[in-house]
Write a protein that binds this ligand. Sequence first.
Ligand code: WT7
Length: 635
Amino acid sequence: MKNYVIHDLPEYFKQYKKSIKNPKKFWDKIADENFVWYQRWNKVVKYDMENAKIEWFKNAKLNITKNCLDRHLNERGDKTAIIFEPNDPTEEAQHISYRDLHQRVCKMANVLTDLGVSKGDRVCIYLPMIPELAVSVLACAKMGAVHSVIFAGFSDTAVASRVNDCGAKVIICSDGSFRGNKSIDLKVIVDKAIEKTPLVEKVLVVKRTGCKVDFKEGRDFWLDDLFEKASPDFVTKIMDAEDPLFILYTSGSTGKPKGMLHTTAGYMVYTAYTFKNVFDYQENDIYWCTADIGWITGHSYIIYGPLLNGATTVIFEGVPTYPEPDRFWEVIEKHKITQFYTAPTAIRSLAKESADWVEKHDLSSLRVIGSVGEPINDEAWHWYNDHVGKKKCPIVDTWWQTETGGIMISPLPFITPTKPTYATLPMPGIQPVLMDDKRNEITGNQVDGNLCIRFPWPGIARTIWGDHQRYKETYFTAFPGKYFTGDGALRDEVGYYRITGRVDDIIIVSGHNLGTAPIEDSINLHPAVAESAIVGFPHDVKGSALYGFVILKDTGESRDKENLKKEINNVISDTMGPIAKLDKIQFVSALPKTRSGKIMRRILRKIAAGDFSNFGDTSTLLNPEIVDEIRDGKV
Ligand code: WT7
């Protein structure tokens, strides 16, 4: 366990240096000493950053679930692996032991086998935050099937495009989901999606809300019926280090979502190592991450990272404000949470409520509190520190991405002195570099630039499913030889990093990653719309919100503008899901475009933010007069 746990700052610097000087030796030791393998690797890492080909622990044989479940059974069989906290606080919480979880996973793997799933097949999982979601994910991993979890807030069109892209034949869903005082009929959405997915053969349905569902004979099955009869014995599949573990979709700046592919051994080593060190997890801790398993945070830090470390992890079905805005604080008190990991958007929305909601709960069990998903602003950082952490719990502001698999830059609690709004220092093995727009590396401190990573780390996604060319172009072309994150960052006088936000056409709304192009494509489906441009503008709860500039087709008829705005948002909701709805829509007669036809988004961003001070150089615009018109226009 020598390199696995870092105890103090000098040791961090020592480990960091070692990891950069000899990454192979560093990761070799961690992988060797902390996991069970059927067979060792014969090469730690092989990479070609020009062609974006990366392999870790080549030729090793393993199964990640042996490490998440089986190996804990002797020592931790009765220990709680998962605490399930239901949406409704009057419904009893469930404590699922490692032994019980292992058995459920084996049964589920048998159910899936009987439905025709085998190694290498893709399975789409469209479930709310209930234990069956974790069980399904782990069952896929145990049998070598590739899981692709689709966030249960996506629309039928979004589900269909993901199912088709990865070619899944089986979907696991539930009848419905509970969220606050609402319930959503998920099976109805799946039924609609399936009209557009010719490959889907079987649908496995978990009963949750008890709502009425239509069943298609021979295609749809209740999990309960099959689970009862399933054997609890399953022979774990032996996987290769680079066999696919899962596909998870994230927005791109153009066109369709990118199916990021994560593979087995590297992802396992990296999520386990970062979980232990970033959260200072100790044997009897109760860890809670409020993310949804439909996002990477849930994959790496609700399921895999915690279970790999034999931790107790909470799955929370509800929302922060139900039944009252103190639900988070109530759950922390109830389960004596020691590590709490949430998003700035949740912190900002709860900070708007009276501080009494927090103060009335005993949060003294907390030791470490974390933040992820977007830059945390100064005000939210201090509110979190004062009211939740009581100035005693270090805030780990963790920067990473779907593509990175695990946390890349973060303070280590009780080790790295924190600084508000700073993600601080890189994890061992991570080499951040700042690049200027001319592709030169910016050295020294007190500088800012485009954030790149120099050397591959075990958790990096290996490709975009079915489109390696796009993977290479998106991440390895802008700054040859390096991985480009799409974020801007600054490095302060001591070398701490602060992430300043996206430098590409991705907008982060309430922690959700949204590409402008797919939203524009969606709006343009409305028959009255000729063209549109989406930009983000600052929003005090969501971080950024969406502002659409829309050109209508000239039909000679006059139309009710307010009604049109609603219709446009409905189209977005239907094609992408409600998270992508626009907060503001402004109808314009043209968009500011350069001679090469590119929309000058910089100007639109300033107008959307209400900042009319200085539009900079507009001389390359084909239609500079439009700027004043848009500035003076009404929303
Ligand atoms: C983008 C990745 C990583 C899991 C959740 C989001 C932004 C993420 C931080 C942070 C500033 C952050 C970046 C990044 N981001 N964490 N601590 N400080 N920005 O995963 O959906 O793939 O989004 O989220 O812009 O590129 P994702």
